[in-house]
Design a protein around this ligand. Structure first.
Ligand SMILES: Cc1ncc(COP(=O)(O)O)c(C=O)c1O
Length: 411
C-alpha cells in the first residue's frame, strides 16, 4: 500500500515502548509500579455512573445533534462562565469524544500545509506548512496533530526556567512572528504540572494580538490545582476572539474511558470544526453526554477530594525525592512532575547508553528493567534530560517506587 505522507510523518507514541515493556513484565508476573499513566486512579463518581445508566435505560442511545445535546452545552457554558470567567454560548461549543478529538478538530480546522510544496521532487516532505508554536515540554500529541495537519512545529523551551513561562517570554517573542498561525498553551500542564501566572499569560496575549495569532488554551487539568487559581487565557482583554478553549471530563471527573470533551471557540471556528466533527465522529456518545451534565453540575465534593489526594501525594513525593538529594520543580497542578535525570546516577554509569539513545530513554528503560518502575522519557515531550512521573497512584506505591529506584541506583 502507498501510505499518505501525513501518517508516515507521525511516529507511534513514544510512551508506547514503556507501556509495552510494563505490560510484558506484568504478564511475566513481575510487580511493576506504573508511574507512566496519564489518568486519575479514582473511580468515576457514583452519581455520574448512575446518570449514565439512567440515560441508557431512558433510551438515550441514538445519535444526538452533532455538536452535542443542548443540556450539556448549556451546562458547559455555565461552568465556563462561573468557574473560569469565560463567556461562551451554546453555539460556541462542540462536544467531542474526549479532549483529544477537540484538539484534533481544532488543528485540522486551522493548520494548513502549503499546496503543491508538501512533497519535494525527491519525494520527501518539505515540512513547510503553517507554523504552530509549542512550549516545551509539550504533551506528546500536539506535535503529532500538527504533523497530521501538514503544519510545522517551532518549540520554545521552558524547562531551563523550571517550567515557568514568564522567564521564557523573551524566547517566545523571538519565535512568534506574523508567520505563526497557532500557539498552544497548556496550563496546568502535562508533563510538568506548572500553572502559568497571569503575567505570563498577558505576555502571550500581547504577542498573539501583535502578530494576529490564534491560541489554543488546553485547560483539561484546570480542576486539579494546589493553592493557585489558574487563569483562563480567553478572559484576558483581546483574547476572546482568538482563543480556542479545550477541556474535557477525563481528568477532572476521572472519566478517561467515557471519552468526553469539548471545544469552546468563536462561532466561525465552530462552523468549520463542526463540519469535521459531523463527517468523522457524528457526535459524542448520547448517554455519556447525559452523564456529563451530572458530572459538571454535581461533583464539586468528589473533584475537591481527588485534588486534595493528588496534593498530598505531590507533597509526599517531593519530600521523598528531596530526602535522596533530588530537587524537582514543584508542580502547582495536574498529577505529573518532571524528574531530572543524568548520566551521573550509579545505575547508568554501569550501563552503556546505546547509540542514538538519549539519557532519559536509557534511564527510563533501565528503571523499568531493574527497578520495575515505569516512567516516561522527557524526550517524548521535547526535553530529554527528564523523566515524567505521574503520581496518580497510591502513596504506598509511590513510596515503593522511590525505594526501588534508590536501591537500584537510579536516584
Ligand atoms: C494536555 C492534555 N490535553 C488533552 C488530553 C486529552 O484527554 P482526553 O482525550 O482523555 O480528554 C490529555 C490526555 O492525556 C492531555 O494530557
Amino acid at each position: 500500500m502507498d501510505f499518505a505522507d501525513r501518517v508516515e510523518r507521525v511516529e507511534p507514541s513514544a510512551t508506547l515502548a514503556i507501556s509495552n515493556k510494563a505490560s510484558a513484565l506484568a504478564a511475566d508476573g513481575v510487580d511493576v509500579v506504573d508511574l507512566s499513566v496519564g489518568e486519575p486512579d479514582f473511580d468515576t463518581p457514583e452519581n455520574v455512573v448512575e446518570a449514565g445508566k439512567e440515560a441508557m435505560d431512558a433510551g438515550h442511545t441514538g445519535y444526538t445533534t452533532s455538536n452535542g445535546i443542548p443540556e450539556l452545552r448549556d451546562a458547559i457554558a455555565e461552568y465556563l462562565q462561573e468557574d473560569c470567567g469565560l463567556h461562551y454560548e451554546r453555539e460556541n461549543l462542540i462536544v467531542t469524544p474526549g479532549g483529544k478529538q477537540a484538539l484534533f478538530e481544532t488543528f485540522q480546522s486551522l493548520v494548513d500545509g502549503v499546496d503543491g510544496r508538501s512533497r519535494s521532487a525527491s519525494g520527501t516532505s518539505s515540512r513547510s506548512g503553517d507554523e504552530v508554536v509549542l512550549l516545551d515540554p509539550a504533551w506528546v500529541s500536539y506535535e503529532a496533530m500538527v504533523k497530521l495537519s501538514n503544519g510545522s512545529v517551532s518549540r520554545v523551551d521552558t524547562a531551563q526556567h523550571d517550567f515557568r513561562l514568564e522567564p521564557a517570554l523573551d524566547d517566545l517573542e523571538a519565535t512568534v512572528s506574523d508567520e505563526t498561525e497557532l500557539l498552544v498553551v497548556n496550563s496546568p500542564g502535562n508533563p510538568h504540572g506548572a500553572v502559568y501566572s497571569a503575567a505570563a499569560l498577558e505576555g502571550v496575549r500581547d504577542l498573539a494580538v501583535e502578530h494576529d495569532v490564534t491560541v489554543i488554551s488546553d485547560e483539561i487539568y484546570r480542576e486539579i490545582t494546589y493553592g493557585v487559581d489558574p487563569v483562563s487565557l480567553g478572559t484576558l482583554d483581546g483574547m476572546a476572539e482568538r482563543t480556542v478553549t479545550i477541556n474535557g471530563f477525563s481528568k477532572a471527573y476521572s472519566m478517561t474511558g467515557w471519552r468526553l470533551g469539548y471545544v469552546a471557540a468563536p462561532e466561525e471556528l465552530i462552523d468549520q470544526a463542526g463540519k469535521l466533527h459531523s463527517h468523522s465522529v457524528s457526535c459524542a456518545v448520547n448517554f455519556v453526554q447525559h452523564a456529563g451534565v451530572e458530572a459538571i453540575r454535581n461533583t464539586d465534593d468528589a473533584v475537591a477530594e481527588m485534588a486534595e489526594a493528588f496534593e498530598e501525594r505531590r507533597d509526599m513525593l517531593v519530600d521523598l525525592l528531596a530526602d535522596h538529594g533530588v530537587d524537582v520543580a514543584v508542580p502547582d497542578g495536574a498529577f505529573y512532575m518532571m524528574l531530572p535525570v543524568d548520566e551521573d546516577c550509579a545505575a547508568l554509569e554501569e550501563q552503556r547508553i546505546g547509540d542514538g539513545d538519549t539519557v532519559d530513554t536509557a534511564w527510563c528503560e533501565g528503571a523499568i528493567e531493574d527497578a520495575h518502575v515505569a516512567t516516561v522519557p522527557g524526550s517524548a515531550f521535547g526535553t530529554p534530560s527528564y523523566a515524567r512521573i505521574s503520581y496518580a497512584n497510591s502513596k504506598e506505591r509511590l513510596r515503593e517506587a522511590v525505594d526501588r529506584l534508590v536501591e537500584e541506583g537510579y536516584l
